[in-house]
Design a protein around this ligand. Structure first.
Ligand SMILES: Nc1ncnc2c1ncn2[C@@H]1O[C@H](COP(=O)(O)OP(=O)(O)OP(=O)(O)O)[C@@H](O)[C@H]1O
Length: 363
């Protein structure tokens, strides 16, 4: 019953006056995918979403939905529905009529559209409020009405602009699960703009990480986490130590990096890099252990500058070998078996597969 559509974004740019907000991005979002556009404020996520929706003109390039080029189509003829961050509900209508509104415009008969609207409200756990007006709801409830209203049009793709940002933390997590369940049961393509790494990791089949109007990486969350493509992705997703230095040797898939006034580090080149005489490597914080390395370059000795207890884990910050604020996340069991203190000098190490060479975007 679902009618999902692939979204094909081909060399799409957005220029506002003298600002290029989106630089010729290309991306294919397969039909039925939950896609999160993730990145810092101003990176071009919302502009990209609004160009897919048709609420913003496309400066150059094309957007295709299924087999249709929608670049010049108005929003209502694209087969997409957008859920806005500002809920845009009608203040004088009750929830049922708000949600049923687009069906009314399509000429759907009253009982049928009200029944469908009530079904959508039930999906959002709002049936008890069906006869209220939007002003009698909390912000979070209003947002769920907006979601119900977008979905009632039976879109091929639902576009969501920061849909969870107005909700309190508990509701946010509950609604996050609801969104995923909804997307899975409807089977349609969701494109969801978010600032939150955690939200994107929890929801997405594809995370698209944007920076300064460009796509740094588009991949499954596990790939993004395990194989960040660039230093930006590794830093933005967190849980990696990113070290920059000068390349002193590169043999097979093994690279040796020298940090100015510091130590040498080994990393595995997984093929992403277009290497120059400098390189960035990423080391997973949760794969670092206290202890001497098995091989020179797979660890260093440094001074503990901070110890942070996190319940099931402990976060250590260590300075040494020319690296500031190197992070190691140890399990609580591991840490408390041999606790260390601030100011102590400790050896840290990791395995050859835990340090990878990062690529760089060529613009
Ligand atoms: N209507 C506009 N006129 C001029 N510049 C704009 C306009 N809309 C956005 N921009 C600029 O384009 C860039 C990208 O904005 P966009 O809203 O797409 O980013 P974003 O990643 O969604 O940011 P946020 O997370 O803060 O919403 C920013 O530099 C922004 O200032």
């Amino acid at each position: 019953m679902s009618k999902a559509a692939e979204i094909d974004i081909a060399s799409v740019s957005k220029i506002y006056g003298t600002t290029t907000a989106v630089h010729a991005i290309s991306l294919k979002i397969p039909a039925g995918t939950y896609c999160c556009l993730l990145g810092p404020s101003g990176c071009g996520k919302t502009s990209t979403l609004r160009m897919i929706a048709g609420h913003e003109s496309i400066s150059s390039g094309d957007v295709r939905l299924g087999n249709t080029v929608v670049t010049d189509l108005p929003p209502a003829r694209r087969g997409t529905a957008m859920m806005f961050q500002s809920y845009a509900l009608f203040p004088h209508l009750d929830l049922i009529d708000n949600v049923a509104f687009s069906l009314k415009m399509k000429g759907v008969e009253k009982d049928a559209r009200r029944a469908k609207a009530l079904e959508m409200l039930k999906l959002m756990q709002l049936e008890a409020y069906a006869t209220r007006r939007p002003a009698q709801l909390s912000g979070g409830q209003q947002q769920r009405v907006a979601l119900a209203r977008a979905l009632i049009t039976d879109p091929e793709a639902l576009l969501l602009d920061e849909p969870l940002s107005a909700l309190d933390p508990f509701l946010k997590i509950r609604m996050r699960a609801e969104l995923k369940k909804l997307q899975t049961s409807l089977g349609i393509t969701f494109v969801h703009v978010t600032h939150s790494q955690e939200e994107a990791m929890a929801l997405a089949d594809i995370i698209v990480i944007m920076n300064d109007g460009r796509i740094e990486q588009a991949a499954h969350p596990r790939v993004v986490f395990e194989r960040p493509a660039t230093a930006f992705v590794a830093r933005f997703m967190g849980d990696h130590n990113v070290i920059s230095g000068r390349v002193i040797s590169h043999q097979g898939n093994r690279l040796k990096l020298s940090v100015p006034a510091g130590g040498d580090f080994l990393a595995t080149d997984v093929g992403a890099a277009g290497l120059s005489d400098t390189a960035d490597i990423a080391i997973r914080t949760d794969h670092v252990r206290i202890g001497a390395p098995s091989e020179e370059g797979l660890g260093f000795t440094g001074s503990v500058s901070n110890v942070e207890y996190r319940g099931s884990s402990v976060k250590l910050t260590v300075n040494g070998a020319g690296v500031e604020d190197f992070t190691a996340i140890l399990s609580d069991t591991e840490f408390f078996a041999n606790p260390v203190k601030v100011g102590e000098a400790i050896p840290l190490s990791w395995g050859p597969e835990d340090a990878i060479v990062l690529g760089r975007l060529t613009h």
